[in-house]
Design a protein around this ligand. Structure first.
Ligand code: SAH
Length: 238
């Protein structure tokens, strides 16, 4: 009897130690699972692939260490140069609206930390992302490489003009606010392609807007109220 108890106790000890080691390798696994369950599934995010991508990408690795503890809370986080990563719900909502297929080629405007690009890279073959601010572009490109995302290409530049050499795209996601849809972006959208963009007054609130190209025409659907940092560059001259 004693030996049996001893065996069971050692077995339990081994399991506890292994679980602890696993948790150390991914200390925010529980926080991430909770985020997916409460803030995404608990609302209207029901695309299984999007939920799985959100459960995989380690948001804390895209922000500075002092923010790691709050990295899975449902609010935006500051990154360098006064910019922000959107709250997880908005990242998931925009991604879900794009209705992506694994073979899709996606263009993102506003790489920022690279978090949204990483979520997209979990879902599609090719992600192209443009960031206006040089330092952010460099940092995000390096971070994505270090994290093993080989299917994301980042460049510094004004996303207003899109990325003609890789166009046309199945989907375009704009993660900075503008009061108009940049024409080059809709031109670089494939037939049947989707574009999601926060549209409106860049100082206050915008409307998350989904554009679909159907037989060359742009169909517009308003999704929800949002607040994004402004798009800078060419769009300000218009
Ligand atoms: N998607 C990012 C967060 C975007 S914040 C993430 O997941 O972390 C918005 C970003 O858009 C900022 O980094 C800002 O520098 C960038 N931006 C603003 N105007 C731009 C433009 N014209 N072209 C490309 N990027 C732009």
């Amino acid at each position: 009897m004693k030996t049996k108890l001893l065996i069971i106790a050692s077995f339990l000890l081994v399991i506890t130690i292994s679980l602890k080691t696993l948790a150390l390798g991914d200390p925010f696994k529980n926080a991430r699972e909770k985020m997916v369950k409460h803030d995404l599934k608990g609302r209207d995010i029901n695309d299984k692939k999007v939920l799985s991508a959100m459960g995989k990408v380690k948001r804390h690795l895209f922000v500075e260490k002092s923010l790691w503890n709050v990295a899975y809370n449902d609010y935006p986080l500051s990154i360098d140069e006064g910019q922000t990563i959107s709250q997880p719900y908005i990242v998931a909502l925009m991604t879900q609206c794009l209705n992506l297929k694994p073979t899709d080629k996606v263009l993102e405007i506003g790489t920022g930390s690279g978090y949204q690009a990483a979520v997209l890279a979990e879902l599609v073959d090719q992600v192209y992302s443009i960031e206006m601010r040089e330092e952010l572009a460099k940092e995000a490109s390096l971070r994505l490489k270090e994290l093993g995302y080989q299917n994301v290409k980042v460049k510094q530049g004004d996303g207003y003009f899109g990325w003609p050499s890789y166009a046309p795209f199945d989907a375009v996601i704009v993660t900075c606010a503008t009061n108009q849809i940049p024409t080059p972006l809709t031109k670089q959208l494939k037939e049947g392609g989707r574009l999601i963009i926060p549209l409106g007054n860049t100082l206050f609130h915008q409307t998350l807007t989904l554009i679909t190209k159907v037989k060359g025409e742009l169909k517009v659907k308003q999704i929800s109220g949002v607040r994004f940092v402004p798009m800078i560059g060419e769009t300000e001259k218009k």
